[in-house]
Write a protein that binds this ligand. Structure first.
Ligand SMILES: [Zn+2]
Ligand SMILES: [Zn+2]
Length: 378
């Protein structure tokens, strides 16, 4: 039997096509009320999208708050901090748009240093948008945002949420068109310190199978020993349908790649439970870490040299059957087509393709879509 430890409301879950449905999630510990403080995961959409959601479902936040929460303004003012996976506009647009109208305490923005530098230098630079954030944490500063860098090696307790910690992991997310440099995104392990339970939230990510320096495998190695008792929920993108060519993924997944990533996770779960097999195959559960020494700071980035990809271990047929039982994977960031056609959407197609491919592997994992305006218990 499991009880949930987090509540999450989907303000937006689209793949960057529709500005009213961009990556944005509101989170709280399940034991607290919404008006005790909210964590915003990503800030693509914001108050405008939430206003429309509340119009349809005015009581979305009232099931668990001591006073009525009926407006998007009220709810975003309760946000104490933002967690941002990377600086692409579909993940930070409303961080800028909303900034001037946010009240309440100064809000921390947690991210890799690279992402914070992008925000400071390219968005809140007094040109594209006023300088509304800073790294200066002295009291009395009236900036709206306090940039707070996350070190990838450790859990950070979130200010204002003493029972919530976050650990960030580096991901590959395609290459810059002009320089050819690898562009990085990140994933968050978000932990309820009281129960020790966690969930895993991915920013945009490219397939490890198409990376010269795979990074997602490190996330799977970290997650594997925790599944399913400690970690039983993963949010991950699948931007494209199966018909998309690998050469046109632009740093994203399609269903075949997401299936392969889930198999990669299942393999790591197997290895974590059978360490002798891992050693016999020459591929240890600890494995080759690619992210351990890499600095997240952009100024130190170079074009990554190709690294040898460890061969996947050879397992007995059927070894992975049922191994991910109890795990729920939520598929998000699908690139919808706004062609005005009624009926099923591109998201429905992508999620059903993922379900079909993953079910064929008999891993025991359940696949869900992430729908705007819904409340998910974690
Ligand atoms: Zn992106
Ligand atoms: Zn995106």
């Amino acid at each position: 039997m499991s009880t949930h430890v987090f509540d999450l409301v989907v303000v937006g879950s689209g793949g960057g096509v529709d500005e009213t449905d961009l990556s944005a999630y509101l989170l709280k510990p399940s034991g607290a009320s919404w008006d005790a403080g909210i964590i915003a995961l990503e800030a693509g959409s914001g108050k405008g999208a939430l206003k429309q959601i509340l119009f349809q479902n005015p009581d979305l936040f009232n099931t668990d708050s001591s006073s009525p929460l009926i407006s998007a303004d009220q709810i975003y003012n309760l946000v104490q901090c933002f967690l941002v996976t990377h600086s692409h506009l579909d993940h930070v647009a409303c961080l800028a748009i909303m900034a001037g109208s946010l009240s309440g305490t100064r809000k921390r923005v947690y991210a890799l240093m690279d992402v914070l530098e992008d925000l400071q230098e390219h968005i809140f630079n007094d040109r594209l948008w006023p300088k509304l954030g800073s790294f200066d944490d002295r009291p009395g500063e009236d900036y709206k945002y306090l940039y707070t860098a996350l070190d990838p090696q450790m859990y950070h307790k979130l200010e204002s949420f003493p029972n919530v910690s976050v650990k960030v992991a580096l991901l590959n997310h395609g290459h810059a068109a002009e320089s050819g440099r690898q562009y990085h995104s990140s994933a968050f392990f978000i932990q309820d310190n009281t129960s020790g339970k966690e969930f895993l939230f991915f920013g945009d990510v490219q397939p490890d199978s198409l990376s010269s320096t795979p990074l997602t495998i490190d996330v799977w190695r970290d997650a594997a020993p925790k599944i399913p008792d400690i970690l039983n929920v993963i949010f991950i993108e699948c931007s494209w349908p199966s018909s998309r060519e690998d050469s046109s993924l632009y740093g994203h997944l399609k269903p075949e790649h997401l299936r392969d990533e889930i198999i990669s996770l299942a393999t790591q779960v197997y290895l974590s439970r059978n360490p002798t097999i891992a050693t016999a195959n020459g591929s240890t559960a600890a494995g080759t870490s690619h992210s351990g020494t890499r600095s997240p700071r952009r100024k130190k980035r170079k074009v990554d040299p190709p690294a040898p990809v460890p061969a996947p271990p050879v397992l007995e047929p059927g070894s992975l059957h049922g191994i991910l039982k109890g795990l729920r994977v939520y598929v998000m960031h699908c690139k919808d087509q706004l062609n005005g056609q009624p009926g099923s959407t591109m998201k429905d197609l992508i999620v059903s393709q993922v379900q079909t491919l993953v079910e064929a592997e008999n891993l025991g994992v359940e696949i869900f879509s992430v729908d705007q305006g819904t409340h998910i218990r974690i």
